[in-house]
Design a protein around this ligand. Structure first.
Ligand SMILES: CC(C)(COP(=O)(O)OP(=O)(O)OC[C@H]1O[C@@H](n2cnc3c(N)ncnc32)[C@H](O)[C@@H]1OP(=O)(O)O)[C@@H](O)C(=O)NCCC(=O)NCCS
Length: 147
């Protein structure tokens, strides 16, 4: 059962928001996703066996790709799908002729940090107090990979 990648549309948003709420303390809203679709960002759904296993959102600025969201539904985590989705997005960026891929990750998010650092990303900076947190704020680690 291989995974299918397709473009996200407005009809996907109800399920996307369910997954978003299941995964994040500070989830994106339906409006955030709708704006991303309307702005022409690469909004990609990954399906496995007919189910939405995850999704990603990537924005292009000049010759850089910026990852805005990468999410795998809890039931499907730890099976290699996050890496496949990231590879797919990096492949799209390469096809567009982009030269580098940037992202931000919460400093406490070891799983995502491990995924990115084992996929060729290097830490380039820390943005202090970037994210909201339950107690105060949390730093963002900025990472970059050459494409
Ligand atoms: C982060 C996320 C996208 C990773 O996707 P995933 O499908 O769970 O991860 P994969 O199975 O593809 O594993 C990829 C790598 O992540 C790391 N990883 C996965 N599970 C891990 C765990 N439990 N502990 C530590 N590292 C882990 C490993 O480096 C792994 O590579 P390896 O299997 O070669 O060792 C997914 O867990 C997720 O959606 N988490 C919640 C939302 C989130 O944090 N998104 C990222 C925001 S920046």
């Amino acid at each position: 059962m291989s995974e299918i990648f397709r473009v996200m549309d407005f009809e996907d948003l109800a399920r996307v928001i369910e997954i978003e709420k299941e995964l994040y303390d500070f989830p994106w809203t339906k409006g955030n996703f709708a704006d991303s679709i309307q702005s022409g960002y690469a909004c990609i759904v990954m399906e496995k066996g007919g189910f939405m296993a995850g999704y990603g959102v990537m924005m292009k600025i000049a010759d850089e790709a910026h990852l805005l969201n990468l999410s795998i539904s809890r039931n499907w985590q730890g099976m290699g799908l996050g890496r496949k989705l990231l590879d797919h997005l990096m492949g799209l960026a390469r096809k567009e002729g982009l030269h580098s891929f940037h992202l931000e990750v919460r400093s406490s998010n070891d799983v995502a940090f491990n995924l990115y650092s084992s996929s060729g990303f290097e830490e380039i900076a820390v943005r202090p107090d970037y994210y909201p947190a339950h107690k105060g704020r949390e730093d963002a680690v900025l990472m970059r990979a050459a494409l």
